[in-house]
Each structure stands twice: as structure tokens, then as C-alpha cells.
Design a protein around this ligand. Sequence first.
Ligand code: FE
Length: 280
Amino acid sequence: MLRGVKKIVKGQKTQDGAGVHLVRVISRPDVVDFDPFLMLDAFDSYNPEDYIKGFPWHPHRGIETVTYLIQGDIEHGDSLGNKGSILDGGCQWMTAGGGILHQEMPQACEHMLGVQLWLNLPAKDKMTRPQYRDIVSDNVPKVVKDGSTVGVISGEYDGISGAVHGDYVKMTFLDVELEKNIEFDLVTNSEDNLFIYTIYGSGLVNENTVDAKSGVLFEAGDHFKLTALEDGLRFLLFAGKPIKEPIAWGGPIVMNTREELNQAFQDLEDGNFIRKDVIL
Ligand code: FE
């Protein structure tokens, strides 16, 4: 069955970190519908003042954060000793698991264009070993056909295996560029929740026109189809199996129960947040 449009969200302009201007496309009110996806922040700025204050050292537990830049430069460092930069076409997939401290500092560049997705972890994996993957653009396979280019960041497209396969939620994550009137087709797992975030252009799904800068959640189905309109269309596609577990969310920490959340904040206070037993 072809997937229809279930819900379109535009998100809210907001600031986070030390004063980074962004659009929070999906967030807490959306988690039931978008499960296993918790949050999507979108960055699109030609003005470094919008983002150079960055996200100084902060904790995460219970989630994975996936940052993808179409263009830009974000320097990062974490409590595992990792250091590096996310650059044009690059992706950082960080499993916070039992606990990580990190900072994410966007650097002044011509155009900062990208997203950060928060992917939930199932209860059994929330306290897993923190892990961190840097995927450079060259390691993202691109499937180029008549009028379409598809970057396969994770999962699979057209028989091509992506740069990453998650260890926990096996998300499909594609970066799709379509020229005008080109149709994009994907066979999907019926039970997966699937949404897209449109970067530019517009498209047509059944009778619904979808504009730029929209989060579009689809109904269940085993087939996804969309056609680019006059200006072409670029969108990011995310699909994953819902976890269907309770959520206790406190800032950068997302657990299942209030007790686990309190424990996380207690661990932060006590200096026990980074679990040496798990890391070593
Ligand atoms: Fe972070």
C-alpha cells in the first residue's frame, strides 16, 4: 500500500546551546507519532552570528544523535577523547548510551546547512557503551540515475548499502535530490515510521503539495512515492521501526522512567555520569 501524508509540521524557530538559531522541526509533542525519532533540528544560515556560539560541553544519555551537514563545518570533541570536524556532506553518528559529555561548535563558513536528529534507544540499550562514528562525504555512496541523486547515509537504497547500519535502531537515512518532474520510489518496511524533511524545492505526494522546510510524516505502507515539482526537490528521508516504550525526557537525556532520569541528573551532580566501567 502506498504511504499517504499523515501530518506536516513546520517546527519552531528557537535558540539552543549558547545561542544557536535553529528550527526545531520535530520535538516532544511529536514523539508518539514519530517514534523512534525524538527531535530534528534544522540549521540554514549565511550569517555566522546565528551559530558560532555553538553547543559548549553538555551531557547526553539514552539516545543517539545524528548530525548531517549538506554544507558547513562543526568542530566537536567528547569525553571519550574524540575530536574532529563534520564538513560538507559529512555525518556524525554518536551513540550517547550510558553517558557522554561533548561539545559541538559550528565554525564560521559560507553556508551552514544541515540537521541534527535525535534517535531514541530501546530500554535494553539505553545504558550501552558510548560510541562515535565520523562519516565523511566520500564514504556516503551516491546512487545517480536520470534526474536523481541519492546519498545513502544509512540503510539501503536500490541495492546499495549505506555508509552506516545502526547497531540499535536500524534507521534508513537518505539524502535525495530530484530534478523537476522526477519521481522517487522506495519500497519500505510497512511497520516503519517514515518522515522526510524538505530542504528546498517542492514536491507532490498523492494530492498533497509539500513545500520546502517541512517535516512530513507518512502513513504506514510498504511503498513510498513522491514527485518533484517545477523547482526540483531536495529532502532527507528517515525511516525506522517504532520502539513503543515510555519516554522520560529531561533536556539532553531521554530515559524510560522518571527514576532513571533522576538518577542521570544525580550521576551528573556526583560526577558519576561517565561510566568508567562501561567505557573501559
Ligand atoms: Fe549534543
